[in-house]
Design a protein around this ligand. Structure first.
Ligand code: DGJ
Length: 692
């Protein structure tokens, strides 16, 4: 990656594999993006500018190209930086004061009144550019909105938005819509990332496909309320802003204080939606996730098997059966602590329930370890049930406002981690739990959004929104440092807290509480747009799950879940001998393809929302694993074959299960030799090895 500065053009050029990004200073001193796209030579930078000769682009006062949309002069889009000074003046007038380059990192500083605003850029070898901003105040100022970045897209005749939306147990639905003129807002006002929207989105000109076309995509590294705003002007230009927070929040910066936004990452790719996803996957695995190079274990999770009926006595037989089928990690999910025998009590009291675990957790942990498995424990440390010792001792520790009801959701309230004593309690409690027990894995859950966010008597109550999330990151950072062997699964009632902000602190995530394998095919298709298979927890559970009362074969359920981090969540004590044997076989196959699935390059073969036969192909070195799925067909039409990606006609590939060799040419022409077992809700795994 290189970052160069053209003194005469007053422009910075960031470039890396497959991309260039140019910021110039226009004559009002505003930093304006004048190029983002395929690589260009340094010599062309000056020719791309043009902002210097123009002040505000009066022809289009919604689209200005400024790196953070402002509120001074004829700028009429929703400002991405909103400031109010004590004397009533608003906004930030850009006065360039210098820049620094340190390897892949560029910082451009500006001053106005008593403020210094620094725009930061990091150019990655994955095509991703990170952007964030820092405001330093020498005098007090009120912040109403402070986005991480504004991104300017090329002037196209149309813009299509791809985004992920859903709800509890139905997250990750991929939607594609033509962007209207005006403002389109994606976001969360829930205090967490949310099931409803995810801070990933992509924009193309309406012609990109899975395999070809230019795609601009972004992700925001933030796990609280957030906002991505797409502004399509009447003149036909598009600006995208991304930042933490929600409309209506305000906080104060005191003299001497510094405020740093989270990172917003942008990515330009030319290889269609698939190319964009692969670049994000690589970026997350190589630069964001903490242990992505490790093989994630095949785990057993007790939740769907026993829900709240957790005890040493009930767990031990499951340990035995989980070992027998080849699980490598045993996770006790919920109800092991305090008075937690239902969702009405116990959250906050993080010690083993003495009736359920009369000798503490040790006998169960020992049994798990003796069988060669790792031991995992569920926690939900940001929450408290009013019926708990913690709440009885500290009713003021929850987010609340004076004179307002404390709305309970799932019978629980949210602890206010912005209060240092609460954050310290959380760290100390978890630290003790992990020090006193030989725990290898923690599932960190978060089952409700925030309501009545505030802090009675607090000078700056809206800060709770931001400071809670920062404290959460800090606690996880400290725990990881104190317990480097422990791996963490991020969870929020399924997939409500999956984003680039949480990813450095978790080793994998729980994708969705919807474990219906048929629905999972689409859920995984959406998840994979932004996040890699290495992060995607996928359980095999008992069907019907209660969501849509469908029953599919064990093979289908295992093979769908084998496209991510495979786990088992069914009640093994109800499985027949034949089912346990079959499960062991599927897990053995998964362990064989695991390095290819978890660390390989992913190609989506088809779109399960539109096609009945689809697949996911993973490539690593000389191996390919294809997981193919059939959803119900109609009218008995012959199915077009599923053709592989990333295979050349002159290569030869061996089917590792049958020993048969195929020319790439024939795989491309006739499709993959998939061995189906049935018709609808069927699946197949194909393992290919390149022949010398
Ligand atoms: C929600 C999670 O998504 C589930 O997997 C499970 O852990 C429950 N919470 C436990 O209460």
């Amino acid at each position: 990656m290189t970052i160069s500065f053209d003194e005469a053009a007053r422009a910075w050029h960031l470039s890396g594999p497959g991309y260039s990004y140019v910021v110039e200073l226009c004559d009002r001193g505003m930093p304006r993006q004048c190029y983002w796209g395929p690589p260009i030579p340094d010599g062309a930078v000056a020719a791309l500018g043009g902002g210097r000769s123009r002040g505000y682009p009066v022809d289009d006062s919604v689209h200005t190209g400024v790196e953070l949309l402002g509120e001074l002069g004829p700028q009429f889009a929703t400002p991405s930086l909103q400031l109010r000074h004590p004397d009533g003046a608003k906004g930030f007038a850009w006065h360039y004061s210098g820049h620094s380059v340190d390897g892949d990192h560029l910082a451009i500083a500006f001053t106005d009144r008593d403020l210094t605003l620094t725009l930061h850029y990091r150019a990655w070898d994955t095509g991703v550019i990170d952007r964030w901003a820092v405001l330093e105040a020498a005098a007090p100022v009120e912040i109403g909105r402070f986005d991480s970045a504004a991104w300017t897209l090329p002037h196209w005749s149309g813009y299509r938005l791809s985004h992920l939306s859903g709800e509890w147990a139905a997250e990750w639905q991929l939607r594609r819509v033509e962007l209207p003129v005006g403002e389109t807002v994606l976001g969360s006002r829930r205090g967490n990332t949310s099931h409803q929207a995810n801070p990933w989105c992509a924009v193309d000109d309406g012609t990109a496909t899975e395999t070809a076309g230019e795609v601009y995509s972004t992700q925001l590294a933030w796990s609280g309320s957030w906002r991505v705003q797409l502004n399509r002007s009447t003149q036909g230009r598009l600006t995208l802003t991304a930042g933490a927070g929600q409309e209506g929040l305000r906080w104060n910066l005191a003299a001497g204080e510094r405020w740093e936004t989270p990172v917003a990452s942008g990515l330009y790719t030319a290889g269609g939606f698939g190319g964009a996803s692969r670049a994000w996957h690589e970026h997350l695995r190589r630069h964001v996730m903490p242990t992505a190079e490790e093989d994630a274990a095949v785990l057993f999770n007790s939740w769907e098997a026993v829900t709240f009926d957790v005890s040493e006595e009930k767990q031990l037989p499951l340990v035995e059966l989980a070992t027998r089928i080849g699980c490598e990690q045993f996770v006790v999910d919920d109800a092991w602590f305090g008075a937690r025998t239902s969702d009405r009590a116990g959250l906050g009291d993080w010690w083993p329930n003495p009736e359920r675990f009369p000798n503490g957790l040790k006998p169960l942990i020992d049994a798990v370890h003796e069988r060669g498995m790792r031991f995992g424990l569920w926690v939900e440390p940001e929450m408290v049930n009013p019926d708990s010792d913690l709440y009885r001792a500290h009713p003021d520790w929850v987010m609340h406002q004076s004179g307002r009801d404390r709305t309970e959701l799932r019978n629980q309230l949210v602890l206010d981690y912005s209060r240092p004593e609460v954050a310290e309690w959380a760290f100390a409690t978890l630290d003790r739990l992990l020090s006193d027990n030989d725990v290898d894995f923690v599932k960190w859950d978060h089952n409700r959004p925030f309501t009545e966010v505030g802090q009675p008597g607090g000078a700056d109550p809206d800060r709770v929104h931001i400071d809670h999330v920062r404290a959460l990151y800090d606690i996880k950072r400290r725990l990881r440092r104190a317990h480097p062997r422990v791996r963490i699964e991020g969870c929020a009632g399924g997939g409500a807290r999956v984003d680039l902000g949480i990813m450095p602190y978790v080793d994998q995530v729980w994708t969705s509480d919807n474990t219906d394998a048929g629905d999972r095919v689409a859920i995984q298709h959406g998840f994979g747009q932004a996040y890699p298979a290495r992060a995607m927890g996928a359980w095999v559970t008992d069907e019907p799950t209660g969501l849509n009362r469908r029953s599919t074969s064990l093979r289908f359920r295992f093979q769908v879940a084998s496209a991510g981090v495979l786990a088992v969540g069914g009640d093994l004590s109800e499985w027949s001998e034949a089912e346990l044997d079959e499960a062991a076989g599927h897990i053995a196959v998964y362990k064989d393809i695991r390095p290819v699935v978890q660390h390989g390059v992913q190609y989506r073969l088809g779109d399960p929302e539109r096609e009945h036969l689809t697949g996911v192909q993973y490539v690593r070195g000389d191996r390919i694993a294809v997981l193919a799925f059939k959803t119900p067909s109609r009218f008995n039409r012959p199915q077009a074959p599923l053709r592989p990606a990333a295979i050349a006609a002159d290569e030869r590939w061996i089917d590792e299960d049958t020993g048969e060799t195929y020319w790439g040419a024939s795989l491309l022409a006739h499709g993959l030799p998939l061995r189906w077992a049935g018709a609808d809700w069927d699946s197949a795994i194909l393992r290919l090895r390149r022949s010398a």
